[in-house]
Design a protein around this ligand. Sequence first.
Ligand code: AP5
Length: 214
Amino acid sequence: MRLIMLGAPGAGKGTQAARVAAELKIPHISTGDIFRANIKNGTELGKKAKAFMDAGKLVPDELTCDLVADRLAQADCAGGFILDGFPRTIPQAEALDKVVAELGTKIDYAVNIDVPDEAIIERMSGRRACLSCGATYHVVYNPPKTEGICDTCGQPLVLREDDKPETVQTRLSVYHEQTQPLIEYYGAKNALVSVDGTKPMDEVFADILKVIGK
Ligand code: AP5
Protein backbone atom coordinates (compact mmCIF):
# COMPACT_ATOMS: atom_id res chain seq x y z
CA MET A 1 0.00 0.00 0.00
CA ARG A 2 1.24 3.52 -0.86
CA LEU A 3 0.17 6.15 1.62
CA ILE A 4 0.65 9.86 2.33
CA MET A 5 0.06 11.47 5.71
CA LEU A 6 -1.43 14.97 5.54
CA GLY A 7 -2.04 17.35 8.43
CA ALA A 8 -0.83 20.46 10.20
CA PRO A 9 2.51 20.48 12.02
CA GLY A 10 1.97 18.48 15.21
CA ALA A 11 -1.25 16.82 14.00
CA GLY A 12 0.31 13.42 14.75
CA LYS A 13 1.59 12.43 11.30
CA GLY A 14 4.90 11.09 12.60
CA THR A 15 3.32 9.28 15.56
CA GLN A 16 0.73 7.53 13.39
CA ALA A 17 2.98 6.96 10.35
CA ALA A 18 5.42 4.98 12.52
CA ARG A 19 2.61 2.76 13.83
CA VAL A 20 0.99 2.24 10.43
CA ALA A 21 4.38 1.43 8.88
CA ALA A 22 5.04 -1.21 11.56
CA GLU A 23 1.53 -2.66 11.14
CA LEU A 24 1.72 -2.88 7.32
CA LYS A 25 5.48 -3.68 7.27
CA ILE A 26 6.29 -0.85 4.87
CA PRO A 27 8.99 1.85 5.20
CA HIS A 28 8.12 5.13 6.96
CA ILE A 29 9.69 8.00 5.03
CA SER A 30 9.70 11.35 6.84
CA THR A 31 11.28 14.24 4.94
CA GLY A 32 11.58 16.13 8.25
CA ASP A 33 13.58 13.23 9.75
CA ILE A 34 15.78 13.02 6.64
CA PHE A 35 16.55 16.76 6.87
CA ARG A 36 17.21 16.54 10.64
CA ALA A 37 19.59 13.58 10.10
CA ASN A 38 21.43 15.63 7.46
CA ILE A 39 21.69 18.61 9.82
CA LYS A 40 23.05 16.34 12.58
CA ASN A 41 25.63 14.86 10.20
CA GLY A 42 26.65 18.30 8.89
CA THR A 43 25.98 17.47 5.21
CA GLU A 44 25.62 20.11 2.46
CA LEU A 45 21.89 19.36 2.28
CA GLY A 46 21.62 19.77 6.06
CA LYS A 47 23.39 23.13 5.96
CA LYS A 48 21.02 24.38 3.25
CA ALA A 49 17.88 23.03 4.98
CA LYS A 50 18.66 24.25 8.52
CA ALA A 51 17.97 27.96 8.04
CA PHE A 52 14.56 27.28 6.47
CA MET A 53 13.57 24.76 9.13
CA ASP A 54 14.65 26.86 12.11
CA ALA A 55 12.56 29.75 10.72
CA GLY A 56 9.51 27.47 10.32
CA LYS A 57 9.59 27.84 6.52
CA LEU A 58 9.55 25.10 3.89
CA VAL A 59 12.79 23.80 2.42
CA PRO A 60 12.70 24.66 -1.33
CA ASP A 61 11.06 22.06 -3.59
CA GLU A 62 14.25 21.58 -5.64
CA LEU A 63 16.06 20.25 -2.54
CA THR A 64 13.15 18.03 -1.55
CA CYS A 65 11.65 16.37 -4.63
CA ASP A 66 14.80 14.60 -5.93
CA LEU A 67 15.56 13.33 -2.46
CA VAL A 68 12.13 11.67 -2.23
CA ALA A 69 12.33 10.34 -5.81
CA ASP A 70 15.66 8.63 -4.97
CA ARG A 71 14.26 7.17 -1.76
CA LEU A 72 11.13 5.77 -3.46
CA ALA A 73 13.29 4.06 -6.10
CA GLN A 74 15.02 1.97 -3.42
CA ALA A 75 14.17 -1.73 -3.22
CA ASP A 76 12.43 -1.62 0.18
CA CYS A 77 9.72 0.67 -1.28
CA ALA A 78 8.69 -1.82 -3.99
CA GLY A 79 5.92 -3.28 -1.80
CA GLY A 80 4.63 0.09 -0.57
CA PHE A 81 5.59 3.02 1.65
CA ILE A 82 4.18 5.71 3.88
CA LEU A 83 5.25 9.30 3.23
CA ASP A 84 5.18 11.66 6.23
CA GLY A 85 5.68 15.38 5.55
CA PHE A 86 5.79 15.03 1.77
CA PRO A 87 4.22 16.34 -0.38
CA ARG A 88 3.72 19.75 1.23
CA THR A 89 3.07 21.91 -1.83
CA ILE A 90 1.16 21.40 -5.09
CA PRO A 91 4.42 21.25 -7.12
CA GLN A 92 5.67 18.51 -4.75
CA ALA A 93 2.42 16.57 -5.22
CA GLU A 94 2.77 16.86 -9.00
CA ALA A 95 6.39 15.69 -8.78
CA LEU A 96 5.26 12.72 -6.68
CA ASP A 97 2.56 11.82 -9.22
CA LYS A 98 5.28 11.69 -11.87
CA VAL A 99 7.57 9.53 -9.76
CA VAL A 100 4.88 6.97 -8.86
CA ALA A 101 3.67 6.88 -12.49
CA GLU A 102 7.24 6.14 -13.62
CA LEU A 103 7.36 3.33 -11.06
CA GLY A 104 4.13 2.01 -12.61
CA THR A 105 2.00 2.59 -9.54
CA LYS A 106 -0.13 5.22 -7.73
CA ILE A 107 -0.91 6.66 -4.29
CA ASP A 108 -3.68 4.58 -2.69
CA TYR A 109 -4.66 6.99 0.10
CA ALA A 110 -3.79 10.45 1.38
CA VAL A 111 -4.70 10.26 5.08
CA ASN A 112 -5.60 13.67 6.51
CA ILE A 113 -5.24 13.94 10.30
CA ASP A 114 -7.54 16.77 11.26
CA VAL A 115 -6.56 18.85 14.34
CA PRO A 116 -7.53 22.52 14.97
CA ASP A 117 -4.76 25.10 15.43
CA GLU A 118 -5.52 25.64 19.17
CA ALA A 119 -4.69 22.01 19.99
CA ILE A 120 -1.49 22.15 17.91
CA ILE A 121 0.17 24.86 19.99
CA GLU A 122 -0.31 22.84 23.20
CA ARG A 123 1.00 19.65 21.62
CA MET A 124 4.16 21.20 20.24
CA SER A 125 5.30 22.71 23.52
CA GLY A 126 5.06 19.24 25.13
CA ARG A 127 6.70 17.32 22.33
CA ARG A 128 10.12 15.77 22.87
CA ALA A 129 12.00 14.34 19.91
CA CYS A 130 14.88 11.92 19.47
CA LEU A 131 17.19 13.38 16.85
CA SER A 132 18.97 10.04 16.63
CA CYS A 133 16.16 7.68 15.54
CA GLY A 134 13.28 10.12 14.87
CA ALA A 135 10.98 8.81 17.64
CA THR A 136 8.53 11.35 19.06
CA TYR A 137 7.08 11.64 22.57
CA HIS A 138 4.87 14.01 24.54
CA VAL A 139 5.51 14.89 28.19
CA VAL A 140 1.83 14.28 29.05
CA TYR A 141 0.19 12.25 26.26
CA ASN A 142 3.03 9.87 25.37
CA PRO A 143 5.90 10.09 27.87
CA PRO A 144 9.06 7.95 27.48
CA LYS A 145 9.67 5.22 30.10
CA THR A 146 12.63 7.21 31.50
CA GLU A 147 12.24 11.00 31.48
CA GLY A 148 14.34 12.65 28.76
CA ILE A 149 15.60 9.37 27.24
CA CYS A 150 14.43 7.68 24.01
CA ASP A 151 12.78 4.27 24.64
CA THR A 152 13.98 3.00 21.27
CA CYS A 153 17.65 3.98 21.12
CA GLY A 154 18.56 5.38 24.57
CA GLN A 155 19.63 8.80 23.26
CA PRO A 156 18.62 12.08 24.98
CA LEU A 157 15.31 13.70 23.95
CA VAL A 158 15.16 17.39 22.97
CA LEU A 159 12.62 20.17 22.35
CA ARG A 160 13.02 20.75 18.61
CA GLU A 161 14.36 24.17 17.62
CA ASP A 162 11.24 24.74 15.46
CA ASP A 163 8.80 23.81 18.28
CA LYS A 164 9.18 27.17 20.01
CA PRO A 165 5.74 28.89 20.11
CA GLU A 166 6.63 31.79 17.74
CA THR A 167 8.02 29.35 15.14
CA VAL A 168 5.01 27.04 15.50
CA GLN A 169 2.80 30.02 14.57
CA THR A 170 4.82 30.56 11.37
CA ARG A 171 4.65 26.83 10.55
CA LEU A 172 0.86 26.89 10.95
CA SER A 173 0.58 29.86 8.57
CA VAL A 174 2.83 28.12 6.04
CA TYR A 175 0.68 24.98 6.41
CA HIS A 176 -2.57 26.84 5.71
CA GLU A 177 -1.11 28.68 2.72
CA GLN A 178 0.92 25.96 1.02
CA THR A 179 -0.04 22.51 2.32
CA GLN A 180 -3.77 22.66 3.05
CA PRO A 181 -4.60 22.95 -0.70
CA LEU A 182 -3.42 19.33 -0.97
CA ILE A 183 -6.62 18.22 0.77
CA GLU A 184 -8.57 19.39 -2.27
CA TYR A 185 -5.90 18.00 -4.63
CA TYR A 186 -6.22 14.45 -3.28
CA GLY A 187 -9.98 14.83 -2.85
CA ALA A 188 -10.25 15.45 -6.59
CA LYS A 189 -8.32 12.21 -7.18
CA ASN A 190 -10.67 10.27 -4.86
CA ALA A 191 -7.66 9.34 -2.71
CA LEU A 192 -8.47 11.48 0.35
CA VAL A 193 -9.53 9.94 3.67
CA SER A 194 -9.78 11.91 6.93
CA VAL A 195 -9.64 11.08 10.62
CA ASP A 196 -10.27 13.16 13.75
CA GLY A 197 -6.77 13.71 15.17
CA THR A 198 -8.01 15.16 18.46
CA LYS A 199 -8.93 11.68 19.76
CA PRO A 200 -6.47 9.65 21.87
CA MET A 201 -3.57 8.17 19.86
CA ASP A 202 -4.84 4.56 19.92
CA GLU A 203 -8.24 5.65 18.60
CA VAL A 204 -6.67 7.72 15.82
CA PHE A 205 -4.59 4.67 14.86
CA ALA A 206 -7.67 2.39 14.79
CA ASP A 207 -9.57 4.98 12.70
CA ILE A 208 -6.71 5.19 10.18
CA LEU A 209 -6.64 1.40 9.73
CA LYS A 210 -10.40 1.50 9.19
CA VAL A 211 -10.36 4.24 6.54
CA ILE A 212 -7.58 2.53 4.57
CA GLY A 213 -9.45 -0.80 4.73
CA LYS A 214 -6.99 -2.69 7.02
P1 AP5 B 1 8.38 17.79 9.81
O1 AP5 B 1 9.30 17.07 10.68
O2 AP5 B 1 7.65 17.04 8.75
O3 AP5 B 1 7.38 18.60 10.75
P2 AP5 B 1 5.80 18.88 10.64
O4 AP5 B 1 5.03 18.52 9.45
O5 AP5 B 1 5.73 20.28 11.02
O6 AP5 B 1 5.26 17.81 11.55
P3 AP5 B 1 5.76 17.51 12.92
O7 AP5 B 1 6.86 16.49 12.90
O8 AP5 B 1 6.05 18.78 13.66
O9 AP5 B 1 4.43 16.92 13.59
P4 AP5 B 1 3.66 15.58 13.33
O10 AP5 B 1 2.38 15.83 12.59
O11 AP5 B 1 4.55 14.49 12.82
O12 AP5 B 1 3.22 15.30 14.83
P5 AP5 B 1 3.80 14.28 15.92
O13 AP5 B 1 3.40 12.89 15.58
O14 AP5 B 1 5.22 14.55 16.21
O15 AP5 B 1 9.11 19.00 9.09
C1 AP5 B 1 9.92 19.92 9.81
C2 AP5 B 1 10.44 20.97 8.85
O16 AP5 B 1 11.22 20.33 7.80
C3 AP5 B 1 9.39 21.78 8.09
O17 AP5 B 1 8.93 22.90 8.83
C4 AP5 B 1 10.18 22.19 6.84
O18 AP5 B 1 11.05 23.25 7.09
C5 AP5 B 1 11.03 20.96 6.54
N1 AP5 B 1 10.37 20.01 5.62
C6 AP5 B 1 10.00 18.72 5.88
N2 AP5 B 1 9.42 18.17 4.81
C7 AP5 B 1 9.39 19.12 3.84
C8 AP5 B 1 8.88 19.16 2.51
N3 AP5 B 1 8.24 18.10 1.97
N4 AP5 B 1 9.03 20.32 1.81
C9 AP5 B 1 9.64 21.38 2.34
N5 AP5 B 1 10.13 21.42 3.60
C10 AP5 B 1 10.01 20.31 4.35
O19 AP5 B 1 2.90 14.76 17.16
C11 AP5 B 1 3.08 16.03 17.74
C12 AP5 B 1 3.01 15.91 19.28
O20 AP5 B 1 1.68 15.59 19.66
C13 AP5 B 1 3.90 14.79 19.84
O21 AP5 B 1 4.44 15.22 21.05
C14 AP5 B 1 2.94 13.62 20.01
O22 AP5 B 1 3.37 12.74 21.04
C15 AP5 B 1 1.64 14.33 20.34
N6 AP5 B 1 0.47 13.63 19.81
C16 AP5 B 1 0.34 12.98 18.62
N7 AP5 B 1 -0.89 12.47 18.48
C17 AP5 B 1 -1.58 12.82 19.61
C18 AP5 B 1 -2.93 12.59 20.06
N8 AP5 B 1 -3.82 11.91 19.32
N9 AP5 B 1 -3.28 13.11 21.26
C19 AP5 B 1 -2.38 13.81 22.02
N10 AP5 B 1 -1.11 14.04 21.66
C20 AP5 B 1 -0.71 13.57 20.46
